[in-house]
Design a protein around this ligand. Structure first.
Ligand SMILES: NC(=O)c1ccc[n+]([C@@H]2O[C@H](COP(=O)([O-])OP(=O)(O)OC[C@H]3O[C@@H](n4cnc5c(N)ncnc54)[C@H](OP(=O)(O)O)[C@@H]3O)[C@@H](O)[C@H]2O)c1
Length: 301
């Protein structure tokens, strides 16, 4: 549906920048909810620490896309960073939703990011939206993040918790970090390589975001992952092939733990084999369902 007015948090991030451009391209008007005091007449201020939104500057919005959160892969997890990761998800989301619910005319729909990390480390289990969340720091963070949307649901908004897998695009996120070693032929599987990765191209994610924002029935958790998850070994081989480089230098688990600490097990070695049941049932078609062609396409010169 063209012509919606959509507010976005985290609009300066890897996904947020692309989503802003994509939604504008599709004919929507996008308002950035920003944490710094904006110049009058431009972006709109919100404070994740209190939930306060400048409601006058915001005016009426039809939908909110909530992407903000402290970057999970931005460095070793110090106690302070873990607290920021936590506070910027569950509590900040709850405060945002309470503020949205209190607007004179609340939006009709909230699409709030979440992550496949909610499942914890699940080996070869096949997971979908009906699977129970798992355990561990990221699973707890994601559970609180999703629960934080409650005030919006209670106020009658249609709420979608979009469980993102690893978002693939050379412009940012995990792929941009992986490219330098792989281009040098220094890439390889992480640990055993048997852990499953649920992934989605940024372009497909943007189509998913438009799909769930449009009027429809979808609500609750929705997995935003391609229908064909891969093991880390399969991903590594596909990336090597797409770059025409060998990728045979495995990184042992102990080295990952030395380099990344706790983040190694939670982010790099955890296994999540997810199937986007809700999207497939709703008739969403992925342009890039398979990793080989997806990476070839993303990395074609
Ligand atoms: N990229 C992935 O592969 C992936 C996978 C799973 C889940 N996700 C989730 O999807 C969302 C968007 O991902 P992304 O890759 O675009 O993340 P990103 O590049 O790290 O951007 C997140 C944005 O959140 C805001 N932010 C940063 N620190 C914050 C804090 N302490 N409190 C509140 N807001 C803060 C910033 O926007 P402003 O400065 O404009 O406020 C930042 O640009 C994130 O919540 C992420 O956890 C991403």
């Amino acid at each position: 549906m063209p012509g919606m007015r959509i507010a976005i948090t985290g609009g300066s991030g890897f996904v947020g920048r692309a989503a802003t451009a994509d939604l504008q391209q599709a004919g929507h008007s996008v308002v950035q909810l920003v944490r710094q005091q904006p110049v009058p007449g431009g972006d709109v201020h919100w404070d994740p620490a209190t939930g306060a939104i400048d409601a006058t500057a915001l005016g009426h919005v039809d939908a909110v896309l909530h992407l903000a959160g402290e970057n999970v892969a931005g460095g070793r997890w110090s106690t302070a960073r873990k607290r920021r990761i936590q506070d910027s998800r569950g509590p900040a989301t709850e405060r945002l939703c309470t503020a949205l619910a209190a607007l004179p005319r609340p939006p009709r729909v909230l699409v709030s990011a979440s992550a496949t990390g909610i499942y914890g480390d699940r080996g070869d289990d096949e997971l979908d939206e009906r699977s129970q969340p798992g355990t561990g720091f990221l699973a707890d963070v994601a559970r609180a993040w999703e629960a934080g949307t409650r005030p919006a649901r209670d106020a009658g908004l249609r709420v979608v918790q979009l469980r993102l897998g690893m978002v693939l695009d050379p412009s940012g996120g995990a792929l941009r970090k992986m490219l330098p070693p792989f281009r040098l032929g220094l890439g390889g599987r992480l640990g055993s390589g048997r852990q499953w990765t649920s992934w989605i191209t940024l372009a497909d994610l943007l189509r998913v975001i438009r799909f769930v924002l449009a009027p429809g029935e979808l609500s609750g958790p929705v997995l935003a992952v391609a229908p064909e998850p891969v093991t880390n070994a399969q991903f590594t081989a596909a990336l090597g092939r797409a770059l025409g480089r060998p990728a045979f230098l495995p990184v042992p688990e102990f080295a990952l733990r030395l380099l990344f600490g706790e983040m190694a097990d939670a982010l790099l070695l955890a296994s999540q084999r997810c199937r986007p049941q809700e999207l497939l049932q709703a008739g969403f078609r992925f342009e890039q369902p398979a990793i080989g062609p997806a990476l070839q396409r993303l990395l074609a010169r």
